[in-house]
Ligand binder design. Structure first.
Ligand SMILES: Nc1nc2c(ncn2[C@@H]2O[C@H](COP(=O)(O)OP(=O)(O)OP(=O)(O)O)[C@@H](O)[C@H]2O)c(=O)[nH]1
Ligand SMILES: [Mg+2]
Ligand SMILES: [Zn+2]
Length: 381
């Protein structure tokens, strides 16, 4: 149990959490039966003001460090760990960090309610990849007390809210398939933008190269390579590119992302035999994958580093990216943007647009420009 300590109060604006009632599942009960009071901090939380519209809360047990709200915890009672998988924002698996008393041990953890309260969106309170402070109840269960600031995230918009898929990654491997499902450069470009937005380097993997003539892919490979994105053609069937991809992931924290059915889980199974991740087929009718992987999970690599397998997504809605910002994520547009006649040019059909002039002179690829248009005009990915 946390020691009684003088708790600081923090008064901040909050969006009301929509679902901040903890679900009392089996894990919660198990923890409670071990004597850990999951709602301990919650009772000391006072809601000031009246009615549903209240946005101010007085949080007891947290302080501000810059813009960051930091929860006060008794660190001597806590261990450090990494969230391996999170299901919703209330239940997750945490692995104890190296150097801690039980390094490598895994705990099923619930989340202290104050952690969800300080998160701007309760859905993102705890996500895969988070570094956390948690209090073990026994060898199997624990409670997450604090989530450390995140360093590189992959996020998307989902039902008009931000959904952080994974935190603290150093590279995003954008997995596409040469065929089955068909290659969609516009989706690759969206992922490039979302990686850049999250502050993470992007790497492109073109899988299922056994299904096409590699020569046909060369223009696309060349295009991305010229922009500075490494492209690795792979095939799980023939083994093409697997060793190179493995090398590229060494000592990195990589997240695998892409449409369902492109072969993310299959690639990981060949990169590290023994993983035995579930693999699904691609429907011949819809040419879509079957969403075999259900939640993001961190996997430790024998070569050092981690990789996160994620569920395939149908389309990628960008989050918090303003139209004027998009041009900055298209690296090849940058030299031309300052030459546009109008400083607020969106490069659509404005007079004196230097980006469109560059397009006309083949200095910008039509495929990339089309991806840009889709993002600005708002088309599906
Ligand atoms: N021909 C061919 N088929 C592949 C290759 N890689 C994967 N597949 C097949 O593609 C299908 C989908 O593979 P998964 O690994 O489940 O795809 P995923 O990207 O993890 O899909 P989700 O988990 O649904 O997002 C399976 O039938 C695989 O056997 C490849 O390189 N060549
Ligand atoms: Mg999968
Ligand atoms: Zn312009």
């Amino acid at each position: 149990m946390p020691k009684k300590q003088a708790k600081k109060k923090l008064r901040v604006d909050f969006r009301k959490n929509r679902n901040n009632t903890a679900r009392h599942n089996d894990i919660t009960r198990a923890v409670e039966s071990e004597g850990v009071d999951v709602d301990n901090l919650d009772r000391s939380q006072r809601v000031s003001g009246k009615g549903d519209q209240t946005r101010k809360r007085t949080i007891v047990g947290a302080h501000l460090e810059g813009d960051e709200i930091v929860i006060d915890v008794d660190e001597s009672l806590c261990r450090r760990g990494r969230v391996i998988a999170a299901i919703g924002s209330t239940q997750c698996t945490v692995q104890e960090d190296p150097g801690q008393p039980n390094a490598g041990r895994r705990y099923e953890c619930t989340v202290r309610r104050v952690v969800r309260t300080v998160a701007r969106e309760s859905r993102n309170a705890v996500v895969a990849g988070d570094h956390v402070l948690f209090q073990p109840a026994d060898d199997e269960f624990g409670v997450i007390e604090r989530v450390e600031p995140r360093q590189g995230v992959l996020a998307r918009g989902h039902q008009y809210k931000q959904h952080i898929l994974v935190a603290n990654v150093t590279q995003v491997a954008i997995i596409a398939s040469a065929n089955d499902p068909p290659l969609k450069p516009a989706l690759i470009d969206r992922f490039i933008v979302s990686a850049a937005k999250g502050g993470v380097a992007a790497l492109i993997v073109l899988n299922k190269c056994d299904l096409v003539d590699l020569a046909d892919l060369q223009p696309l490979i060349g295009m991305y390579a010229r922009l500075g994105y490494p492209v690795i053609p792979t095939s799980v069937t023939t083994g093409l590119g697997i060793a190179r991809l493995r090398r590229q992931m060494k000592e990195h924290q990589t997240v695998f992302t892409g449409q369902s059915g492109v072969g993310k889980s299959s690639l990981l199974n060949s990169i590290q035999p023994g993983l035995t991740l579930r693999v699904g087929d691609v429907s011949h009718v819809t040419q879509k994958g079957r969403h075999t992987t259900r939640y993001s999970e961190l996997l430790e690599l024998k070569t050092g580093g981690w990789v996160v397998d994620t569920p395939g997504i149908r389309q990628l809605e960008l989050w918090d990216v303003q139209p004027v910002e998009v041009e900055g994520f298209f690296v090849e547009f940058r030299p031309f943007v300052p030459r546009c006649k109008f400083p607020d040019c969106l490069h659509l059909h404005e007079d004196g647009c230097a980006v469109r002039l560059a397009l006309k002179h083949d200095l910008i690829s039509p495929t990339r420009y089309e991806s840009y248009l889709r993002m600005i005009v708002g088309d599906e990915g």
